[in-house]
Design a protein around this ligand. Structure first.
Ligand code: CMP
Length: 144
C-alpha cells in the first residue's frame, strides 16, 4: 500500500455542490479513492474527530458545525498524499490560501473552509485507533 490520507468534505462543501469538483481534483492529480462514505456525524463523533482542539474557544462551534449535515468522508491513496493533499486543500484560513487550492478557490471563512485533510499519517492512524489510546501496544500500532 502507498500512503493514505483521510480527507473529508465538510457540510458547507456538500451543501455548496463541491463534491464532484473536489473528487475530480484528487483523481486528476493521480490519487486513488480507496474509501468513501456519506454520513451525518454525531456530536460525539465530531468531538472525537477534533479531539486535539478540545478546550479551544472555537471547539463547540466546530463540533456543532461538523454535525450539522452530511459530510463526505474519504480515504485517498498515493505518494505523499498527506502532505500534498494539504497543499491542494490550502491553508486553514481560506483568505490565506493561494488561488488554485480548494479553499483558495471556494472559501472566505475559516469556520466554513469546505474540506478537512489529515495532517499526518500518524494522526490518521491514531484517530483510527483512538479507542486503544493509552494501551501499551498503542505506539506500535500507530507507527505500523
Ligand atoms: P480543519 O482543518 O478541519 O481543522 C480544525 C478546524 O477548526 C479548521 O479546519 C477550521 O474550520 C476550524 N476553526 C474555526 N475557528 C478556528 C480558528 N480560530 N483557528 C483554527 N481553526 C479554526
Amino acid at each position: 500500500r502507498e500512503e493514505l490520507s483521510f480527507i473529508m468534505i465538510k457540510p458547507d462543501g456538500v451543501q455548496r455542490g463541491l463534491i464532484s469538483d473536489i473528487i475530480a481534483r484528487f483523481e486528476r492529480k493521480g490519487y486513488k479513492l480507496v474509501g468513501i462514505k456519506v454520513l451525518v456525524p454525531t456530536q460525539a463523533l465530531a468531538a472525537k474527530h477534533y479531539a486535539e482542539h478540545d478546550g479551544k474557544p472555537f471547539f463547540p462551534k466546530l463540533v456543532n458545525f461538523l454535525s450539522s449535515g452530511p459530510v463526505v468522508a474519504m480515504v485517498w491513496e498515493g505518494k505523499s498524499v498527506v502532505k500534498y493533499g494539504r497543499t491542494m486543500i490550502g491553508a486553514t484560513n481560506p483568505l490565506a490560501s493561494s488561488p488554485g487550492t480548494i479553499r483558495g478557490d471556494y472559501g472566505i471563512d475559516t469556520g466554513r473552509n469546505i474540506i478537512h485533510g489529515s495532517d499526518s499519517v500518524e494522526a490518521l492512524a491514531a484517530k483510527h485507533y483512538a479507542e486503544h489510546d493509552g494501551k501499551p501496544f498503542f505506539p506500535k500500532l500507530v507507527n505500523f
